[in-house]
Design a protein around this ligand. Structure first.
Ligand SMILES: [Zn+2]
Length: 215
């Protein structure tokens, strides 16, 4: 990295100026609900184009974040800081194979490799299913089996069937943009991991503590 301004070269949209509509709040995940409260422009002459820092306030939760961005040839590069890490925290008790795929999906999202995110999400579903002895083929069948075993809720199963399919997901009659699909697939995957791995582990630890096995 030559300059810390490169931290703003992560995501892209077309346009002459940063669009608040594309920004997702790192605290509450609301999208496109920002008021800009401050802007600073970097005009160091040896940089090819100007870079900006916007401080934005979320209308939904009231928190502030800042956005590093720049524009060149009607393409805006940007990144929101702080990054939305709490939603993506890796849990130590997950199996190694699941953790490595989840980290790969996060990395793919950071690199705008949206198809890879969906592929990794699909792989994670299969690996979690294997943990519980579910070996049937086809996402619908796998999710139904997970639901029947009480591992996931009906709502999560239905959501997964819509999201992680071979063709672009269609919500309310409109195809989701591929970037949104990738975000949603990762959100689904995270909820699946929480329902199938994290929560059972937490309950198990709680019971052991309750029985005086651990302090
Ligand atoms: Zn917010």
């Amino acid at each position: 990295m030559v300059s810390w301004w490169e931290l703003g070269l992560v995501r892209r949209h077309t346009g002459d100026e940063l669009s608040p509509a594309v920004l997702r709040c790192p605290y509450c995940s609301a999208q496109g609900r920002f008021d800009r409260v401050f802007r600073a422009e970097n005009n160091i002459s040896d940089l090819k184009h100007h870079h900006y820092v916007d401080v934005c306030k979320c209308q939904a939760c009231g928190n502030h974040c800042f956005v590093l961005w720049s524009e060149e040839k009607r393409e805006v590069n940007y990144q929101v800081y702080p990054q939305d890490m709490h939603r993506h925290e890796v849990i130590e008790d997950w199996p190694e194979a699941v953790t490595s795929d989840y980290c790969a999906a996060l990395k793919a999202l950071m690199n705008d490799e949206f198809d890879t995110v969906r592929v990794m999400s699909r792989r994670i579903v299969d690996k979690v299913a294997l943990q519980y002895g579910i070996t049937c083929k086809g996402l619908d069948l796998v999710l139904d089996e997970m639901r029947q075993k009480g591992l996931i809720t009906l709502a999560l199963a239905d959501w997964g069937k819509v999201l992680i399919v071979e063709e672009p997901a269609v919500i309310a009659g409109k195809p989701l943009p591929i970037e949104e699909q990738a975000h949603e697939a990762l959100r689904f995957t995270r909820m699946l991991l929480d329902q199938t791995l994290t929560i059972p582990n937490v309950i198990s630890l709680y019971k052991q503590r309750d029985m005086g096995k651990i302090v």
